[in-house]
Design a protein. Structure first.
Length: 202
């Protein structure tokens, strides 16, 4: 049992290192840039704050978290075989605002009214303990519940990539069209147990 734990921790640490390496090689000023090692996902998807119509320029630590999560998401995307449309990714507690300049690049906007504000609390009304705060959680649109059903049936895929899925009742939305999947990489999570060992209740 101890050996298994050591192997699992080694695996998680290696994924974190991969995320850091990928993040360092990124052009974070290009919203169309694919996240290195995760070509299905872009800088725009990871850093755009739709409710305010601005970008968040992530810190180095946030970039590492985004890169780590993106690499795991890409493994899910490869197995799923269908597009995964991002609803929201990072929700910072202190926004470092960015805007698109005339060349189409993301540049700092120090005079923005949103500088330093808590997007996570103001928009999502969520706890600052949310994994979205660091960039290690993502919500994916799933109106037809196809991704949800796929992940419930393939929880080993989640486990192999250090991912947890929020209970589908919590992400059902008020109408089916608003349904989403929440995935995160919180290491201290515990699942519901039994056949739902990688699904958690918030």
């Amino acid at each position: 049992m101890c050996m298994r734990r050591i192997c699992f921790l080694t695996f998680i640490i290696s994924l974190m290192a991969v995320g850091t390496i990928f993040a360092q090689g990124m052009d974070w000023s290009n919203p169309r840039a694919q996240i290195t090692g995760a070509p299905s996902f872009t800088v725009h998807e990871a850093t755009y704050l739709p409710s305010w119509g601005i970008y968040h320029i992530p810190t180095q630590a946030e970039r590492s978290e985004i890169g780590n999560l993106a690499y795991s998401l890409q493994q899910v995307r490869n197995a799923y075989g269908k597009p995964m449309v991002i609803e929201c990714w990072i929700r910072p507690t202190s926004v470092n605002p960015g805007k698109i300049d005339s060349s189409g690049r993301i540049v700092s906007d120090p005079n923005s009214q949103y500088k330093g504000r808590n997007y996570n609390r103001e928009i999502a009304r969520s706890s600052d303990g949310s994994e979205h705060v660091s960039g290690s959680a993502v919500d994916i649109k799933d109106p037809n519940k196809t991704l949800t059903d796929f992940l419930i049936a393939n929880q080993k895929l989640l486990a192999d990539n250090g991912l947890w899925m929020e209970n589908e009742v919590s992400t059902a939305g008020r109408v089916p069209a608003n349904r989403w999947v929440h995935l995160d990489k919180k290491t201290s999570r515990g699942g519901e147990g039994g056949a739902r060992y990688r699904i958690f209740k918030p």
